[in-house]
Design a protein around this ligand. Structure first.
Ligand SMILES: NC(=O)c1ccc[n+]([C@@H]2O[C@H](COP(=O)([O-])OP(=O)(O)OC[C@H]3O[C@@H](n4cnc5c(N)ncnc54)[C@H](O)[C@@H]3O)[C@@H](O)[C@H]2O)c1
Length: 255
């Protein structure tokens, strides 16, 4: 019961990595506030996780909604110990193909949301003298596929946001980024479905990891919960890859 009596906000907690993080926090005794736009899935995750998990409908790219949702969460549980900024979307385009609207949409949901949630959650951590912010970035902040320019830009900028929060609010507040490789979630499956034969990108994803498989969301959820715990008390300001060894091997023959 590592997180007993603590309260975590998880954005994008209705599905995928966020839902898995909610499951781990709840299992380890935390109160959890899910902020997501998917009400049906969010309520489902909350009801399965037990009475200490609440869903609050919130578009995390909108400051007034974030401010009101965090205030509502504090009213319910009294304090905020952890913020997991995980909500995100994927879009496929290069610089010359990306419309201004699509660029803004990806930046708002993937990056601005993390700024807004930190802005409104950190003062509650300061009130109790302690807190942890985990920003869910991507291994694509370090190595990039083609055709995902706005996504890669947003995920790379999240590492700068992480460093700034760690510098500005330490030692009271720790801030780290998590950079997953391919994780089997609705987002990844949606990505595969953009291909005429979804099996081809799926197999490519499997093959490019040294583990020869993609991750399950719970593996990332466990890591996020660990980073929030006191066991990770010396970890701040850094981005940590959980990526099955993706990108560490130089192509060519193995002897
Ligand atoms: N799945 C992967 O392979 C992978 C790899 C690296 C990084 N990531 C990152 O992990 C995070 C979670 O990804 P996932 O694969 O679980 O995605 P997902 O699509 O399965 O879940 C994302 C959740 O975010 C919510 N969301 C989207 N826009 C929102 C908004 N404006 N306000 C509130 N909630 C919103 C969705 O409703 C959904 O519940 C994302 O930031 C993603 O970029 C995923």
């Amino acid at each position: 019961m590592e997180h007993q009596g603590r309260t975590a906000i998880v954005t994008g907690g209705s599905k995928g990595i966020g839902a898995a993080s909610v499951e781990v926090f709840a299992r380890e005794g935390a109160n959890v506030i899910i902020l997501d736009v998917d009400e049906a899935q969010g309520n489902d995750v909350a009801s399965k996780a037990g009475e200490k998990v609440v869903f609050i409908k919130c578009d995390v790219s909108k400051e007034q909604e974030v401010k009101a949702a965090i205030a509502k969460g504090v009213e319910k549980f009294g304090q905020i110990n952890y913020l997991v900024s995980n909500a995100g979307i994927q879009r496929y385009s290069t610089v010359t193909e990306t419309s201004e609207e699509e660029w803004d949409l990806v930046m708002d949901i993937n990056l601005k949301s993390a700024f807004l949630c930190a802005k409104h959650a950190i003062p509650h951590m300061q009130k109790i003298g302690k807190g942890v912010v985990v920003n869910v970035s991507s291994v694509q902040a370090m190595i990039s596929q083609g055709n995902v320019c706005p996504y890669v830009t947003s995920k790379t900028a999240m590492i700068g946001l992480t460093r700034s929060i760690a510098v500005d609010y330490g030692p009271q507040v720790r801030c780290v980024a998590v950079c997953p490789g391919s994780v089997d979630t609705p987002m990844l499956r949606w990505g595969f479905e953009q291909s005429p034969d979804p099996e081809i990108p799926y197999q490519e994803c499997v093959d490019m990891h040294l583990t020869k498989r993609i991750a399950q969301p719970i593996e990332v959820g466990e890591f996020i919960a660990y980073l929030c715990s006191d066991k990770a008390a010396f970890m701040t300001g850094q981005a940590y890859r959980i990526d099955g060894g993706l990108g560490v091997m130089i192509p060519g023959s193995k002897r």
